[in-house]
Design a protein around this ligand. Sequence first.
Ligand code: GRF
Length: 213
Amino acid sequence: MVAAGVLISGAGTNLQAIIDQIAAGRLACTLRVVISNRAGAPGIARAVRAGVPVRVIDHRAFARREDFDRALLDVLREAGAELVLLAGFDRLITRTLIDAFPLRIMNIHPGLLPAFKGLDAQGAAQSYGVKIAGATVHFVDEQTDHGPIILQGAVPIGPDDTEAEVHDRILAVEHEIYPAAIQFFAEGRLEVEDRRVRVRGPRPAVTASLVSW
Ligand code: GRF
């Protein structure tokens, strides 16, 4: 059982997917705290409903990114988090947090990295005209959307798809692969060698069009 802290800024649908998998007994993880940097984030209500303690830490109250990260770190430590999950968290994190949780911070990105890093990866993929889009779960390092890739899920997209269709299709993959990656971590099955992450043992059944690790 891994103790996790989740950082959110918005809707929290990935947080919800994690909560749901825990409730279904399919994820050996306990959520110790959810931290939002935005008081109005709808994801906060999801945590409250699930009985997970919530803290709001507004990044605007801190002069430097490192000071904000120090405040996050204090709360994560106090909560006993061993793993930190960025789930739609809209701030860049610094070494202050990364060094405290080496290979223990994960992020979900709505693109097939290393393509389409940064904001609106779904829109960028669509404008570029790619035929396959998807999502990536990766460990976080000091560069944006860059750390070792744990798993990726892909979906087909086409020129006539609406923005909302592409967004929702990718989000459905996110909701599947993020809990799966956390479960691999919880089972101690992830081996990291430079950029390469090996998942030891059997592959669970997945429903996304294509999921690989
Ligand atoms: C997701 O698309 C995630 O990949 C990105 O931010 C979005 C968060 O969505 N990092 P939600 O708050 O989990 O609904």
